[in-house]
Write a protein of this length. Structure first.
Length: 545
């Protein structure tokens, strides 16, 4: 898939210096492309659409010509189009998702790589877009997100132990149940090697279970040593995560205490949970894939540019040798000028630095995503420590992006002057993540009632007297008056059976109010939306629970 900013390198923009043969070759590529290609004038009326674009929307060849792009869009996506129109006028190339209406009614989710086109005078002359049908992918991801939400809320309340190790074999994440299983604190386990807490007879099996050549589907009986010296018999089921080279990167594992329970019952429970663990990584993998794609495309462009300019370097070298002997003829100078024109040196002087800059930007984006995931996967100590809430909120937005991006827009309004706050930042991240997911669900319910509405989630921070305040606001349907008194009660949920545990807000309240001595409450207006407010004390040293 090509990136928005890279599309200019692969799209058939007319360039006289490449000659008629190259132009014909590009025309054939566009006409047979598996992606839609559409060109529009300054009024965003279609001046060209390739066969794939026509078939994608169910039109006959030529039927799209002259039509306004806005008329082809799903009405609720028109604001996205208007924003992108302004971005093109500003000369910005971008990638974004938008829905088209087919001729016979169905909606098509698309990914558009859009670039402005300039006229001979350098003024804006229209837009060029590469359009990919991602409808099937969106449907699959929606199903994955639905399952992820349920299982993510269960991680800390599940009866099984959950652990995560890095490729070094050391614990980098464990849930509360695993720590309780060993009779130790999380701080006493994290950072240690997995074999340190296993019985001697289980260590070889445990290391083999987490080795790189395992598929991650085996289940082994492992005996752990409780802090008191008691032996804990468990079933351990790992799920390996491999990097792009097929090497072990991380491993999740479910650990079920089978000391006093039947083995068969535990195996059934594990098979259900293992499926969930695999789904937790799906959203992040998608977020990393997008910048990785245009990094890859730009690298290929730079390689092709280098190969294209090598003959020109040879011409420069020949002219240099002639200059050394004082034998530069007018004919040689003319040959050099013709070679520069033939190889379009000015074009590559402009585009190669852009491709390099875009590649570095893509790598930076990947780094940000990985760093955000690491913050969630390595919660660290359970002790209170000074934390930057704004940085934590940015990470939460990135990690949760696949939850909200297809349902609503998410905006942040973070107070740059907010001081550091004493808290267990991993737990606060989880609270805010739960609140964002609840906001997504509220908006999803509202969309079913009013598909034409404006859907927005706002995440903000500010200092309010002695409190650091985090606000999560949605434009959903609000909380009905009869439900409001029960909203923080354990096991209370308004979701259908099987779609909610009723534990999310109860756990959030326990973390904020009981552990952090803060406040958690909400403001709501039925039919308008809801704001959940988290308040944490500033400048107050709190002890660990």
């Amino acid at each position: 898939m090509m990136s928005d900013r890279d599309s200019r390198h692969a799209c058939p923009v007319k360039c006289e210096s490449f000659g008629a043969q190259s132009e014909e070759r590009f025309r054939l590529i566009v006409e047979t492309a598996q992606e839609g290609v559409v060109c529009a004038d300054t009024d965003y009326r279609i001046t060209y659409a390739n066969p794939r674009m026509h078939s994608m929307l169910g039109y006959q060849p030529g039927e799209l010509l002259g039509r306004a792009l806005e008329e082809l869009l799903v009405p609720e996506d028109v604001p996205i189009f208007e924003l992108q129109r302004q971005r093109r006028l500003e000369g910005v190339s971008e990638q974004y998702e938008i829905r088209f209406r087919c001729k016979k009614g169905p909606k098509v989710w698309t990914l558009i790589n859009a670039s402005p086109v300039k006229g001979p005078d350098g003024a804006f002359a229209g837009s060029l877009g590469m359009v990919t049908d991602i409808t099937d992918r969106v449907r699959v991801e929606a199903k994955l997100r639905k399952n992820e939400t349920h299982y993510r809320q269960l991680v800390e309340s599940m009866r099984e132990g959950l652990l995560m190790t890095g490729k070094s074999g050391r614990f980098c994440f464990i849930n509360n149940q695993f720590a309780a299983m060993l009779g130790r604190s999380k701080a006493g386990i994290l950072g240690h090697h997995i074999e340190e807490f296993a019985a001697p007879e289980s260590r070889e099996r445990l290391l083999a279970l987490f080795s790189e050549n395992k598929s991650g589907q085996e289940t082994e009986e492992i005996i752990w040593i409780h802090k008191s010296g008691r032996r804990i018999v468990t079933l351990v089921s790992p799920s390996m995560i491999l990097d792009e080279k097929g090497r072990l990167s991380d491993a999740f594992a479910l650990t079920t205490d089978t000391t006093e329970r039947k083995t068969l019952e535990n195996q059934l429970l594990q098979s259900q949970k293992l499926e969930a663990i695999g789904q937790l990584a799906a959203g992040i993998a998608h977020e990393i894939n997008t910048p990785a794609q245009y990094v890859n495309n730009n690298i290929h462009f730079i390689k092709d540019a280098f190969e294209h300019l090598l003959p020109l370097c040879c011409e420069f070298r020949r002219l240099l040798e002639a200059a050394k002997t004082g034998c530069v003829s007018q004919e040689m100078v003319q040959d050099m000028e013709a070679a520069i024109a033939k190889h379009d040196l000015a074009y590559f002087e402009e585009e190669v630095p852009k491709a390099i800059a875009q590649t570095l930007e893509g790598l930076g984006r990947i780094s940000v995503i990985v760093r955000s995931v690491k913050q969630f996967a390595h919660p660290g100590s359970t002790d209170m420590a000074a934390a930057d809430l704004n940085e934590a909120m940015r990470s939460t937005v990135i990690v949760s992006s696949n939850e909200w991006k297809y349902v609503a827009e998410l905006k942040t309004d973070l107070d740059p002057d907010l001081p550091l706050v004493e808290c267990v930042i991993g737990e606060i991240n989880q609270v805010v993540l739960n609140l964002i997911i609840n906001a997504v669900h509220a908006i999803a319910d509202a969309i079913q009632i009013d598909p034409q509405g404006t859907w927005l989630i706002t995440l903000s921070t500010r200092q309010n007297g002695p409190w650091a305040e985090i606000r999560v606001t949605d434009t959903g349907m609000g909380i009905p008056p009869e439900v409001q008194p029960k909203i923080f009660e354990p096991f209370f949920t308004t979701k259908d059976v099987g779609k909610g545990t009723g534990q999310g807000l109860a756990i959030a309240r326990r973390i904020v109010v009981e552990k952090h001595k803060g406040q958690l409450f909400f403001e709501t207006e039925p039919g308008k939306g809801t704001t959940f407010i988290v308040r944490l004390p500033i400048g107050q040293r709190l002890g660990a629970e």
